[in-house]
Design a protein around this ligand. Structure first.
Ligand SMILES: [Zn+2]
Ligand SMILES: [Zn+2]
Length: 86
C-alpha cells in the first residue's frame, strides 16, 4: 500500500510541525510482509514487494500443476503487472 510516514527524527528544536519536510514522506509498503520498498507490484487486489509477488505467482503456478519453466513464467507475469514506483 502507499502510505504516509512521519520520518522526522531530529530536525532540531523546535520542529517545524506540519511544515516539517520529513513529516509526510510517501512510502510504499508491501501488503504481505510490510516491508518498505522502492517499488510495488499490483497483483490482484494487493500491492506486493518483489519477493512476495514472486511467491504468490509460484503458488499459483503450483496450483495449476504446471511447474515446468516456472521461473520463466514468473518473469513473464512480472512484466505484465502494474508497478508503483515513487
Ligand atoms: Zn521535524
Ligand atoms: Zn512483501
Amino acid at each position: 500500500m502507499i502510505k504516509k510516514e512521519n520520518a522526522c527524527v531530529d530536525c532540531g528544536l523546535p520542529c517545524m510541525g506540519k511544515n516539517c519536510p520529513y513529516r509526510n514522506i510517501t512510502v510504499l509498503s508491501c501488503d504481505i510482509c510490510d516491508n518498505i520498498v522502492d517499488e510495488l507490484y499490483e497483483y490482484k487486489t494487493q500491492q506486493l514487494c518483489n519477493d512476495c509477488v514472486t511467491k504468490e505467482i509460484s503458488k499459483e503456478i503450483e496450483r495449476d500443476g504446471d511447474v515446468e519453466n516456472a521461473e520463466e513464467k514468473i518473469e513473464q507475469e512480472l512484466l505484465f503487472l502494474g508497478k508503483i514506483i515513487i
